[in-house]
Write a protein that binds this ligand. Structure first.
Ligand SMILES: *Cc1c(COP(=O)(O)O)cnc(C)c1O
Length: 496
């Protein structure tokens, strides 16, 4: 198989193979790594249909990670998608309400981020061995909830790594906080910041860019890395489940040969939907990619007007993992829209940084026709959760409800009857308050832990083992710090 190289969306001459791209995370000119060409799925779908999840994952990932040895990559996959997943199907597909819900949340932290973060640590570790990095890797992450826990869980006790997660003390849900502060693993650190998510994020960025501090780190045999969703080690594993679920539909006789499907994705940083778009470009028969936003509807505006405008106030919604104003992975789509003209990408991103907005050309806008953009308000999300429960006896979380609501708007707009997959990105057990309040107002005053039992009862599912008795588990992390003390906390952890 020929080697695939990765280069930057912003045009530097750097060219690296996947292991280096995974270790670096971001290109040297600040751009995102993109493959020099997008591989094709290759084998006929009828052949791939017989593969289990691990086999298909290997077939797809190997096309990108050409410098990984087969056995090493297979081992990474095996360690990632094992009994940590609460459903042997890994990504079950559930037919309800005229659509297929692709449940991506059966991993250890009950959000779709597990699909990528349970494999990234193993890829990173293998990449370090491959390119002779001796230093211990220190992963630094700021989180508004889901990423932090998924990263802690993924890196927990992975040899040669430490993981430090900063979260806003008053900015995550009760369940999310408890998931983090009960995290096991001798190399894990969850730290609360007095401030909001932006404070945590800014602090982490400053530490990453602090040359002096990085030097001290290196002298002590450590290097920083991030588990950010722009890492190709997170993006590529996400392509797999779209192809897998298409094959599943075909196997079940729900679609005919090469029939096209729609995919709806509740979107924040544009990572998950970009993976679906890459699957389409690799040859998966996909009709529309439906990009669903919450009230922070920057992407809805972008898709409909061609103007990306971040100059607005961030709203805290019931789907917090999508409360984002700058969708980093969109840069990779821009690269395609302008026909790989890195100069254009660079100037658009510069405009965004300087003026807070940019506008794409009519030609680029025309290429967006594969996408449909919609958004749902918090009220609509609540109604959707209630309607889906009452009509189909199926409980969905607020992020998935954003997707389903936008799907309904899409059908109303277009009368399209194409079969459709909805990416279900979180378990309803992860957002007990929003979910149960939507079902019945009487649950408004319950706390999250009490509501877990209620959810189990009305959904006929048992409480996932990762949340069972979580309120009784030992609290293992209790550090709270001010933003300006983040660096000294890290020094203390690393004893440097
Ligand atoms: C992160 C997340 C999203 C958004 O995914 P992106 O790849 O950032 O677009 C949606 N839903 C849930 C539950 C998430 O955790």
């Amino acid at each position: 198989m020929s080697d695939l190289y990765f280069k930057s969306t912003r045009g530097s001459n750097e060219k690296v193979q996947s292991s280096q791209a995974i270790v670096n995370g971001i290109a040297e000119d600040g751009g995102l790594y993109i493959p020099e060409f997008l591989p094709k799925i290759g084998k006929p779908l009828s052949y791939l249909k017989e593969m289990n999840y691990d086999e298909l994952a290997f077939h797809i990932m190997k096309k990108f990670f050409t410098d990984f040895e087969d056995l090493v990559l297979q081992e990474c996959i095996k360690k990632a998608y094992d009994s940590k997943f609460g459903d042997p199907a890994i990504v079950p597909l559930i037919e309800k309400g005229g659509a297929y819900f692709l449940e991506l949340y059966h991993g250890p932290t009950l959000a779709f981020k597990d699909m990528a973060l349970s494999i990234l640590p193993h890829l990173l570790r293998a990449a370090c061995i491959k390119i002779d990095i001796d230093e211990e890797i220190v992963i630094l992450t700021a989180t508004s909830g889901d990423t932090g826990k998924a990263a802690l869980e993924g890196f927990s006790d992975v040899e040669g790594t430490k993981i430090v997660v900063f979260y806003p003390r008053d900015g995550v849900s009760q369940i999310q906080e408890r998931q983090m502060i009960t995290q096991e693993g001798s190399n894990t650190y969850a730290i609360a910041i007095e401030g909001n998510f932006d404070d945590a994020q800014k602090g982490v960025k400053e530490i990453f860019n602090d040359k002096n501090f990085n030097k001290i780190l290196r002298n002590n045999n450590y290097i920083f890395s991030s588990a950010n969703s722009i890492n190709i080690g997170r993006l590529v594993p996400q392509i797999v489940y779209y192809i897998y679920s298409y094959l599943n539909l075909s196997k079940l006789g729900k679609i005919s040969k090469n029939e096209r499907i729609n995919i709806v994705v509740p979107t924040g940083n544009f990572g998950n939907i970009l993976a679906a778009y890459y699957a389409k470009k690799m040859g998966l028969p996909v009709n529309k990619l439906i990009c669903a936003s919450n009230e922070n509807n920057v992407l809805y505006d972008f898709i409909n007007t061609g103007i990306y405008d971040k100059k607005r106030k961030l709203k805290a919604t019931s789907s917090p993992s999508m409360d984002i104003l700058v969708s980093s992975n969109l840069e990779r789509l821009l690269y395609d829209l302008c026909e790989n003209d890195t100069g254009v990408v660079k100037s658009l991103i510069e405009k965004l940084n300087k003026r807070g907005e940019y506008r794409i050309t009519p030609n680029m806008k025309h290429k967006l026709k594969d996408f449909y953009g919609g958004f749902a308000t918090d009220n609509e999300v609540s109604e959707t959760i209630r309607d889906v429960y009452k009509s189909f006896n199926y409980l969905i979380d607020p992020h998935t409800a954003v997707a389903y609501n936008v799907y309904q708007k899409y059908i109303r707009d277009t009368k399209d009857t194409t079969k459709t997959i909805i990416a279900s990105t979180a378990s309803p057990f992860k957002f007990p308050n929003s979910v149960m309040k939507a079902v019945d107002d009487k649950f408004s005053n319950y706390d999250d832990f009490a509501l877990l039992e209620k959810i189990a009862k009305i959904s006929n599912c048992s409480i996932p083992k990762s949340l069972k008795d979580i309120d009784k588990r030992k609290i293992l992390h209790n550090t709270v710090c001010k933003r300006e003390d983040m660096k000294s906390i890290i020094s203390r952890i690393l004893k440097i």
